[in-house]
Design a protein around this ligand. Sequence first.
Ligand code: SAM
Length: 328
Amino acid sequence: MNAAIPTTAPAGHVPVMLREVLAALAPREGGTYLDATFGGGGYASAILEAAACTLWAIDRDPDAIARGAALAARHPGGLHLLHGAFADMLALLGGHGVTALDGIVFDLGVSSFQLDDAQRGFSFRHDGPLDMRMARSGPTAAALVNHLPEDELADTLYQLGEERASRRVARAIVLAREQAPITTTGQLAEIIRGVLPPDRSGHHPATRSFQALRIRVNDELGQVATALDQAARLLAPGGTLVVVSFHSLEDRLVKRFMIEASGRTPAPSRHNPASLLARPGSDFRLLANGATRPGDDETGANPRARSARLRAMQRLAHDHTVQGEDAR
Ligand SMILES: C[S@@+](CC[C@H](N)C(=O)[O-])C[C@H]1O[C@@H](n2cnc3c(N)ncnc32)[C@H](O)[C@@H]1O
């Protein structure tokens, strides 16, 4: 065995819906693109291979940015890594004089690097500190679990995890923390398992509560809402916005945003589906009616892809002006 290979290294991240992302983004030579969620660099690497273009890439996780240095070295002048939150993309890119992009892609949520590293505290499958901070800064999940008032904790689990037994789980957490602070993922998972019956779908009963805490710790919905607005402002005429999301709360935000931006009615009748063409006056058109799902081949090979939904829209090629300011 080669002693130089660390046996505890987290597994790599398998990019989800990569083929569909590339088809929607259609990178072209000389174009300028943004990968708003660099992660393991799977999309970034494929975009750079697909066309001789300039790619900016953002991640709020300092580990992801550090890991990306090797890919940047393989594409001198092609890949530019920016550490920060995607809700700050206008400022991050503006700081480098970038004000218009030919395409932007988001692959929301956490990477396998983050999930599989017990020390990051994202998963009940690995016992570790109850952390969950993508950016490694700000309040941890442990701070929420140990200090939120019981009602607020229950509301968070209900609203962000769609946990129907949120009151029961919050009560159990409060009773446990009265004995001793809850500091590890394993402790929290056990507390929840103690009050919830096993899920018939086979999911661990803590799945929904962990999702809720992660979303709140990282303000994921606030980040997405702000970033979508900024992304639309950065798209050059003909530019495409592609978003892959993994849970219904995120997907709902993306869906509403794109439907509104393309000037379509929020809920077209089943019997009269809206045209793929944008209404006169709107700056964007949807690239597909509804969300695109991964194929069976992909979900069979990568269970993480099962909940993925891809939505995409394109800025129409006619000139546009954003809030009195030329977006180019
Ligand atoms: C699903 S992974 C992306 C994987 C990537 N597409 C690949 O192929 O390797 C999501 C990444 O987005 C980052 N991320 C999530 N929310 C973010 C935010 N608000 N701002 C910046 N990065 C974010 C996470 O830290 C994580 O590294």
